[in-house]
Design a protein around this ligand. Structure first.
Ligand SMILES: [Mg+2]
Length: 196
């Protein structure tokens, strides 16, 4: 099974990322009753301190369910994304089965896959929120995990390395390490898999 992260891995869309950040900040501000300066101060270090966003919201005493509802529940993927023909062609060439493990809710993941025109390729779609917010636990639930492809090294890939699953890092300017395989985008990652 090849496991993919969703956001910023299967698509890369700045407007959508910005909308996600905007909704996250608005929700945190309302829930914690912060003024603008307090919010900015709090948010500045949050993603750095908690690469896993579900752990980030929990650290504030908020729930992953609230995060899902107030952020992903308010984003309409079709406003930002469209069919990715080239990605579809590369996925068609794979012999292995494929799964998604995301911090987003399953329903949102499925909506994104549908808009990208690639839903049929994924046998499993899993939200890490079902597994204690842990991608590691989610990976452990998958049969024969061979490889994880993701953009967030700490949150997507380190948990895979810890349990002995091979990884490909999708990153335009990978500055972390020379010791792992890194690709510019998911298309390049899929082409590399075919060459193995
Ligand atoms: Mg991601």
């Amino acid at each position: 099974m090849i496991i993919f992260d969703l956001d910023d891995t299967l698509y890369d869309n700045e407007r959508l990322s910005r909308r996600n950040t905007q909704l996250t900040k608005k929700w945190i501000q309302q829930e914690l009753g912060l003024n603008k300066a307090e919010l900015e101060e709090l948010y500045r270090n949050l993603p750095k301190k908690y690469p896993n966003p579900l752990n980030g919201v929990t650290s504030l005493g908020l729930s992953p369910e609230g995060y899902h509802e107030n952020v992903f529940g308010k984003i309409e993927p079709s406003k930002y994304l469209s069919e990715r023909i080239e990605l579809k062609k590369e996925l068609e060439k794979l012999d292995e089965e494929q799964a998604i493990v995301s911090f987003a809710p399953e329903t949102y993941c499925r909506r994104v896959l549908d808009v990208l025109g690639i839903e049929e390729f994924f046998q499993q779609v899993i939200s890490a929120s079902q597994f204690n917010s842990s991608k590691k636990q989610a990976y452990e639930e998958i049969k024969n995990p061979e490889l994880v492809i993701g953009d967030n090294f700490k949150a997507d890939l380190r948990p895979a390395i810890e349990i002995g699953i091979d990884i490909i890092h999708v990153s335009k300017n990978c500055k972390i390490s020379q010791n792992h395989t890194c690709c510019e985008d998911v298309i390049q990652a899929l082409q590399l898999i075919k060459q193995r």
